[in-house]
Design a protein around this ligand. Structure first.
Ligand code: ZN
Length: 346
């Protein structure tokens, strides 16, 4: 185990592409006196750490091809390929680290959805927009359910701000968050008890009126299983509110591989409005409506400018964010992120 851990750290230090990763892997393993390791075993080891697709994870078509390569701008600087299915248009990160390995790609103070750092202009704007969005989200839940209070699960609750806002609005709130650090912060700052991921299978059938996933679906590895669980825990009249980045947005088209919302390898799936509708339908849901998230484009554009290394990323990003805002007011599907409302099929 220890040898495997050292091996993994070494080969990941500066690798740029997955094929280099494989070659280095063989080399280092030999240096470490493990020559007896068969090729088949090596393949097994690799399969354990990187999740690769031969077929489209949405429609099973073999017509998948590379769109471009993106850099992990937050944690490691490693490169990951982004693939697209020509059958259904589903876009996904190819060769992402599996559940056991992906944790270290979140280890950055800058990963602000999991921390409350307010250093720098972009983070300050993020925090300001967050409080406006919180109020908007609470109103949206009430309007869509026609309930003043009900039972809600916030899945991937981060540091618990939305869950806390729903609690204050009089709802019975359950919140699940994978990161122990974020759960600790939620407890310390808001007194919120968030549950770990392992709590999901324990939840009773049809337990909730609403399940919310604010920028969470794109991180979930077992996507198909998760949608089945979502169907199981929602009441027959319940709704799932799913917010994800839109890789067919104005800003995604503008920044291409530098688009900050690709956020590889943390974002595994890059949904288009059409692809997420298909995915939901396959799992017993119908897409009832969708809403734009007009502020996200500003934040994502500023971050994308920073990633491109342009001067004055704040100013340029703001201008492109404004152009994206104009585009999404004419055409909903141009929005940087979209909130989808799914209802169970009757
Ligand atoms: Zn497909």
């Amino acid at each position: 185990m220890l040898k495997n851990a050292i091996f993994y750290r070494l080969v990941h230090k500066n690798h740029e592409k997955e094929n280099i990763f494989a070659l280095n892997g063989v080399f280092l393993y030999q240096i470490m006196g493990n020559c007896a390791l068969s090729k088949a075993k090596m393949e097994q080891e690799k399969a354990k750490t990187l999740v690769e697709f031969k077929k489209c994870p949405c429609c099973n078509s073999t017509e998948i091809s590379k769109r471009f390569t993106c850099k992990d701008q937050f944690a490691t600087g490693e490169m990951f390929d982004v693939f697209e299915c020509s059958g259904c248009g589903f876009v996904f990160t190819q060769g992402f680290p599996d559940e056991k390995e992906i944790g270290r790609y979140y280890e950055s103070q800058e990963y602000i959805s999991h921390s409350n750092t307010s250093k720098g202009l972009i983070n300050k704007i993020y925090h300001c927009v967050r409080s406006i969005m919180l109020r908007r989200k609470v109103r949206l839940v009430k309007r869509l359910t026609l309930l003043k209070s009900g039972k809600i699960l916030d899945y991937g609750a981060g540091t618990g701000y939305f869950a806390n806002a729903m609690k204050h609005a009089g709802w019975e709130v359950t919140a699940i968050e994978k990161s122990p650090g974020a759960r600790k912060l939620a407890k310390e700052e808001l007194g919120m008890d968030l549950l770990p991921e392992s709590a999901l299978p324990e939840i009773k059938e049809k337990a909730f009126d609403v399940v919310t996933l604010w920028h969470v679906m794109e991180h979930i590895q077992e996507l198909g299983n998760f949608w089945d669980e979502l169907h199981r825990i929602l009441d027959d009249t319940g709704i799932a509110i799913v917010a994800v980045p839109n890789c067919k947005s104005y800003d995604a088209a503008k920044y291409k591989e530098h688009w900050a919302a690709y956020d590889v390898p943390r974002h595994l799936w890059h949904f288009t409005p059409h692809a997420i509708m298909n995915y939901g339908e396959k799992h017993g849901f119908i897409l009832e409506r969708q809403y734009t998230m007009p502020f996200d484009g500003f934040y994502i554009s500023m971050l994308s400018e920073k990633y491109k290394g342009n001067s004055m990323p704040g100013l340029r990003g703001f201008w492109n964010g404004f152009k994206g805002w104009c585009a999404q007011s004419r055409r909903k599907n141009a929005s940087s992120s979209i909130i989808y409302v799914f209802r169970k099929k009757r």
